[in-house]
Design a protein around this ligand. Structure first.
Ligand code: SF4
Ligand code: SF4
Length: 249
């Protein structure tokens, strides 16, 4: 069982000192340095804006900070690469990527898990994606095949794109067709989460969750805390996910 975080105070000095030394082993020096620079900028702005170190630690632990920074990176990538946006085949009602053949659905943070829960819990009892396909995400509408939590869908869903919907269909049936994947900001997001966990060690716990399990539990009508407990990953999952993505870069 993991140790409870200490109640010792968090300071900006502590966070900055730890950040200066932190790296994400799986992604190597370049990506680590890029994520460190983003987080250092965030810490400086937060301090200047008068946020307390405790507020900053909470935002880092929930994944809200990493997500806000990753959203900025996504905007930068799409602005700098108009061809990327032009060639995307993703359309409303196209949902092959919402079928989780291997179960977990991807890694989400507490902020994302709570956002998804808030969107899906009021819809519990309605037919969901599982009535379209037994392995589909429960957040999916089974008729329109649109995401019923579109505004709060997690980073893994926002960053997954394809230039070929037919390839996605093949993959949803167990194939290995090319054409789909995540845009670069997903790697930065994982690096930001890994660094956040590292600099918070002993002060806050940065937990991660299974998208599939959280959407299923929320749609099945359990309480928020029960849904989070059911979907919570073992601590090693963040490292393993970073390693998986590093292998695919
Ligand atoms: S990733 Fe593939 S399945 Fe998902 S919306 Fe885009 S084209 Fe459709
Ligand atoms: S949360 Fe929405 S976009 Fe993401 S896998 Fe589920 S249905 Fe698809």
């Amino acid at each position: 069982m993991p140790l409870e975080p200490s109640t010792a105070p968090v300071t900006f000095r502590l966070l900055n000192t730890r950040l200066a030394r932190a790296s994400v082993w799986a992604f190597g020096a370049v990506i680590s340095a890029r994520a460190r620079t983003r987080l250092a900028g965030y810490l400086a702005r937060a301090e200047q804006a008068g946020h307390t170190p405790e507020e900053v630690a909470d935002a880092l632990a929930s994944g809200a900070t990493a997500r806000a920074l990753a959203d900025q990176i996504t905007d930068e990538i799409t602005t700098a690469s108009p061809a990327l946006v032009r060639d995307i085949a993703c359309r409303s009602g196209c949902a092959w990527c919402c079928i989780f053949l291997e179960g977990d659905g991807g890694l989400i943070t507490e902020a994302e898990a709570r956002g998804l829960y808030s969107a899906l819990a009021p819809l519990s009892g309605q037919r969901d994606g599982r009535s379209w396909h037994p392995k589909a995400c429960a957040a999916l509408d089974p008729v329109t095949r649109n995401c019923r939590a579109y505004g709060t869908r997690p980073m893994i869903c926002r960053s997954f794109i394809s230039t070929d919907a037919e390839a996605c269909r093949e993959n949803a049936e167990g194939g290995d067709a090319e054409g789909s994947g995540t845009i670069g900001s997903q790697v930065d997001y994982l690096a930001l989460l890994a660094l956040s966990r590292d600099i918070l060690r002993g002060r806050r716990r940065l937990a991660t969750y299974s998208l599939e399990a959280l959407a299923r539990a929320a749609s099945d009508g359990v309480t928020a805390e029960a849904a989070l407990a059911a979907a919570r990953h073992a601590p090693r999952e963040l490292r393993l996910t970073c390693e998986d993505f590093a292998d695919s870069i």
